[in-house]
Design a protein around this ligand. Sequence first.
Ligand SMILES: Cc1cc2nc3c(=O)[nH]c(=O)nc-3n(C[C@H](O)[C@H](O)[C@H](O)COP(=O)(O)OP(=O)(O)OC[C@H]3O[C@@H](n4cnc5c(N)ncnc54)[C@H](O)[C@@H]3O)c2cc1C
Length: 152
Amino acid sequence: MRIIAISQEECSELLKRVSVGRLACSLDNQPYVVPVRFSYEPERIYIFSTVGKKIKWMRQNPKVCLQADEIGNSSNWLSVIVTGTYLELSEPQYHTAEREHARELLAQRPDWWRIPLSEARDRLLVSSMETVFFRIDIKSISGLRAEPEPTI
Ligand SMILES: Cc1cc2nc3c(=O)[nH]c(=O)nc-3n(C[C@H](O)[C@H](O)[C@H](O)COP(=O)(O)OP(=O)(O)OC[C@H]3O[C@@H](n4cnc5c(N)ncnc54)[C@H](O)[C@@H]3O)c2cc1C
């Protein structure tokens, strides 16, 4: 097996194909990682979320990281890491238009809202459940591919 860096274009293609990644944030030197669904477009990533620990942490420390991958087997995979800045679309300057854009992008995949809402429903009254759309403004993207050694 060899592991090689992939181009920015290949990273973008992977981010367009996949819809689930692991979002990392941190507070007071404590990392926290959760799986989320996302939609990518150049320079940004959109996510719909219930308000809980990750949102409270990202409001305090907006530096985040998202990892996504396609794993065939241990010697055949692609992995992409994005770093960036959390930006909540409920802030007054981000009007309905961008929230609507985020909703439309996420809605291209079925049931985009189901996991966050189902996950929170057992613990919260639906009437008290707060949700947000947010975006990650991308600062860097890197990607690796593992592939079997070519046979000679
Ligand atoms: C495939 C998949 C896709 C998902 N997509 C989304 C999405 O798009 N948007 C979204 O908001 N949520 C999504 N979730 C749920 C998400 O991973 C979190 O569980 C959820 O958002 C709650 O996170 P929170 O930080 O608000 O936790 P809180 O509700 O504040 O939870 C508090 C505590 O519960 C524990 N906890 C929370 N989540 C998890 C977890 N996933 N695994 C183990 N322990 C946990 C942690 O220890 C945390 O300290 C998805 C989950 C999966 C598996």
